[in-house]
Ligand binder design. Structure first.
Ligand code: TNX
Length: 477
């Protein structure tokens, strides 16, 4: 009987909706009742939704299916929405049976990141993506809006940012111009659309590195006074925003002001990754700031730079997010760090705890969905440096790395990143996202002890049929 119950529970894992109460050690979260065939027959016409304050948790829900129909209960609209997603998945997989599911997430933050900076993504495609994210109970879309290869959001006070910064002459020598940007009005509409799907959009403007597109538009932003082109190659540029130039802070203050009016999220990502310090160390203006403020190293100057930019966020009551670089001595109080560098998550988790920061786990070895699952997935020669991240590996990921509860309370969740260097179209983005996003959905939602790869694979195959029907590309598995 126990075994049978376990099988039923696993079969309910339904990609995201896992029995948060857990099969083990609390096997009562799902109880089977009656005859599944009857339930299937009646469910269409008999679905009742009810706000029930007794159900604890912002995103939790209870789904009861019996021979009278389906009852969806939650204490919030979001919970009801998630109950609907679970029911839709069960119906699509033809897995409706009599059952009671009590469900709630392991982590409050469950995100995917898209990178329209490297290759522009239309608003309509972002909406398609958000609809799918919601189906798998992701609640956050992180948008990487600026990078060396493109600046993608209209800033009214600085029109050159998009006039120049949103276009490049070609990509990696292909001779084909590329461009595109979002108007503020389009983004407001997108934010509302996402909110209807219980998805929050977090904007990212990457500073002080990954800023060549902005520098191409306003050359005074950089340490050396040279005209740059929007970058056409991938890789890391040494041209940073100058830390010793007040115009830099004035401009980013305005950029952030304008973006804060579009994105109501309390969080704002400032990037902060891969910023080689060569130019700062040679720049008299940067070095003067260092002296004036008694900073000993260029890394300390980096901390100071983040504090400066963060002042604007503070005015808006928002907190900064950063790609965690372990050699940066300090981040602003209240920052959330993202563990991303391969193999360094444990160090990042410890350092974040010591520094008093929250952390999101997005480690290269599990969460980089721009990487192929197998050799041959990505038809661009220059991508051969990328490691392989098969879905089976993603499914194994434990964001808390087995740490005891008191050592990982600051881990708020997970994020998979679909970096855009090798995703020129939506077909590529979908193929990098699915089916691995099924696995990451469970990583964010369910406790380790209810994960079951064999069972997951069966459910993933059923759900892939839904993608197929919906015309969504995915990697065949
Ligand atoms: C590193 S992850 C980057 C991105 C690239 C990615 C390619 C991170 C914070 N920086 O700029 O797109 O690798 O995999």
């Amino acid at each position: 009987m126990k075994k049978q119950l376990f099988a039923i529970l696993c079969s309910l894992c339904v990609l995201a909706p896992l029995l948060a109460q857990g099969v083990i050690p609390q096997p009562n979260s799902v109880v089977t009742q009656g005859d599944g065939r009857v339930a299937r027959a009646v469910i269409k016409g008999h679905t009742t939704e009810r706000i029930n304050g007794q159900i604890p948790g912002q995103e939790a829900y209870r789904l009861t299916i019996n021979d009278r129909g389906a009852l969806l209960e939650a204490s919030t609209e979001c919970g009801l929405f998630y109950a609907r997603q679970t029911l839709a998945q069960l119906v699509a997989a033809d897995s409706v049976a009599c059952m009671v599911i009590n469900d709630s997430p392991r982590y409050a933050y469950r995100a995917l990141m898209l990178d329209p900076a490297r290759h522009f993504i239309t608003i309509d495609n972002l909406k398609r993506y958000i609809t799918l994210m919601a189906r798998y109970k992701y609640n956050t879309l992180h948008l990487h809006l600026s990078d060396d290869q493109g600046f993608r959001v209209e800033i009214k006070a600085y029109p050159q940012l998009t006039k120049i910064g949103s276009r490049r002459t070609e990509t990696e020598g292909n001779g084909v111009p590329h461009g595109g940007f979002y108007t503020q009005r389009e983004l407001k509409d997108l934010v509302a659309f996402a909110s209807d799907h219980f998805v929050e959009i977090i904007p990212e403007i990457d500073v002080p590195g990954h800023s060549v597109a902005a520098i191409a538009a306003y050359p005074y932003l950089t340490c050396r006074d040279t005209l740059l082109q929007v970058r056409t190659e991938i890789g890391v540029s040494k041209d940073l925003l100058c830390a010793g130039n007040e115009r830099v802070f004035g401009m980013y203050d305005t950029i952030i002001d304008e973006l804060c009016r579009i994105f109501p999220s309390r969080k704002f990502h400032l990037g902060g990754d891969e910023a080689p310090l060569d130019h700062w160390s040679q720049c008299p203006k940067c070095q003067k700031v260092k002296q004036d403020h008694g900073l000993k190293t260029n890394q300390e100057l980096m901390s100071w730079f983040f504090d400066r930019v963060n002042r604007t966020l503070q005015r808006h009551g928002k907190s900064p997010l950063f790609w965690f670089e372990l050699d940066v001595p300090r981040y602003p109080a209240g920052s959330t760090m993202y563990a991303w560098r391969h193999g360094l998550s444990m160090k990042a988790i410890d350092a974040a705890r010591d520094g008093g920061y929250q952390i999101v786990c997005a480690p290269g070895e599990y969460a980089y969905f721009d990487y192929p699952e197998a050799r041959g997935d990505i038809p661009f020669k220059s991508s051969s440096w990328m490691g392989l991240t098969p879905m089976s590996k993603v499914y194994l990921f434990d964001p808390s790395y087995g740490l005891p509860a008191d050592k990982c309370a600051h881990i708020i969740g997970v994020e998979a990143t679909i970096w855009g260097e090798y995703t020129p179209t939506m077909e590529y983005i979908f193929a990098r996202t699915f089916p691995r996003a099924f696995a990451m959905a469970e990583v964010g939602w369910s406790q380790m002890q209810v994960r079951c790869w064999d069972d997951f694979l069966v459910r993933a195959h059923k759900e892939a049929k839904f993608l197929e029907k919906s015309g969504v590309n995915y990697r065949k598995f």
